[in-house]
Ligand binder design. Sequence first.
Ligand code: UDP
Length: 237
Amino acid sequence: MTRKYQRVLLKLSGEALMGDLAYGIDPTIVQAFASEIAQVVQAGVQTAIVVGGGNIFRGMKGAAAGMDRATADYIGMIATVMNAMTLQDALERMDIPTRVQTAIAMQEVAEPYIRRRAIRHLEKSRVVIFGAGSGNPFFTTDTTAALRAAEIDAEVIFKATKVDGVYDSDPRKNPQAKRFQTLTYSHALANNLGVMDSTAIALCKDNDIPIVVFSLSEPGNIYRALMGEAIGTLVGG
Ligand code: UDP
């Protein structure tokens, strides 16, 4: 397969790394994702990744249990760094040079986020994994994905999920639910279609970055999507 894109950003939720576990990281799943990402990189696609942290800690949940929201969010951001390092380890075991850059300084374990340096790594065919979200509480890693994609000039964001695209209603509850092949940002925002949170979608809309929502449940989908095969739902102008 020949590549369609030069530079892409993949958003992997923390839950995706959890597989069927109730908490934490399933190393088999991480290894499987890494091998698909490795193939994409070997095909010449510059690949940046934003990882979530929901498999370990979510700020909203901490806040619901009475914690200070900002503190809980910082814990959530630190959780994403564990996922980022795990993915880096899996990729490097496949001989794919990978750098983790964090939005909260942790210089003993990762580089700080430096935009121009991230771009340089990508140009040298290194995978860049952005950890610690945006560094700001009250944001999500989806919004981080939109922000970093704009900063590094990624052509598209791939949002890997459990469902194979965006539906007009919940396909798990409504068997008549219809999947969109394409969708506008405005429609997704107005109808609250659960593509990403509204801040993330608005940022993509303002910067004209298309979002491809696709399912991780089929092996090979990360490779297919990132190489440019039309799977899932394309959200754009
Ligand atoms: N988070 C944050 N600011 C950011 C990104 C993330 O405060 O810019 C925190 C927030 O508490 C969030 C947690 O990190 O719940 C984990 O990220 P997220 O829920 O987006 O992960 P995912 O759902 O993708 O696993």
